[in-house]
Write a protein of this length. Structure first.
Ligand SMILES: O=C(O)CCC(=O)C(=O)O
Ligand SMILES: [Fe+2]
Length: 201
């Protein structure tokens, strides 16, 4: 692990996970996704998202025609699997004394997938940070402002990087403009996985 970098209040820990820790986490995620498969969410306006999603924990974030919300079950009806211990340990190391996360959202970006600028604001307590873990291909992460519009800054997130969105960054807009498909050897078929840990209630 190298030193943390701070950009607009977003705290970036490059290479928090070494390759063997990344491999271990991918194996755990494969097991989770066998129990709670990736699905393609639809926005309230009826647009299919390019990212595929699943989750672990007491709640998963979902979107469909009825809106954005947290649900205790996968859209197909099963419980979300528990959040892996390895991920809880990251949370504990980078947040000080925050409540335990209740959701580990799993985003899977295939070739061409992106995520538009947005705020994470479906949680009840904004004093708790959101922690993001990147695996696989590089993703161009854009960081903006709490209000819409204005200047933004971007950084390439690489496999093993951890970002803490807390304090002044907690409600800042952010998104992923594109991934460099095939840039990492972690996932044999290519693609990027991003985990976000959230306190929901
Ligand atoms: O993929 C990322 O790095 C960010 C994901 C994100 O912002 C979200 O799931 O809300
Ligand atoms: Fe987000």
């Amino acid at each position: 692990m190298t030193d943390a970098l701070e950009i607009r209040g977003f705290r970036l820990y490059p290479q928090w996970l070494d390759r063997s820790a990344q491999d271990m986490l991918v194996a755990t995620l494969r097991e989770i996704l066998r129990q709670a498969p990736l699905y393609r969410p639809v926005t309230p306006r009826g647009q299919e998202m390019s990212v595929r999603m699943s989750a672990a924990g007491r709640f998963g974030w979902v979107t469909d025609r009825r809106g954005y919300r947290y649900e205790p079950r996968h859209p197909a009806g099963m419980d979300w699997p528990p959040i892996p211990q390895q991920v809880l340990e990251i949370w504990e190391a980078v947040t000080d004394g925050a409540r335990a996360p209740e959701c580990c959202l799993i985003n899977w970006y295939g070739e061409g997938a992106r995520m538009g600028l947005h705020q994470d604001r479906d949680e009840a307590d904004f004093s708790c940070p959101v922690v993001s873990v990147s695996l696989g291909d590089d993703g161009l992460f854009r960081m903006g402002n709490t209000e819409r519009g204005g200047k933004t800054e971007s950084v390439w997130l690489r496999s093993g990087d951890v970002v803490v969105m807390g304090g002044e960054a907690r409600l800042r807009h952010h998104g992923v403009d594109r991934i460099r498909f095939g840039s990492s050897t972690l996932l044999p078929q290519g693609g990027r996985i991003n985990l976000t840990l959230r306190v929901v209630t």
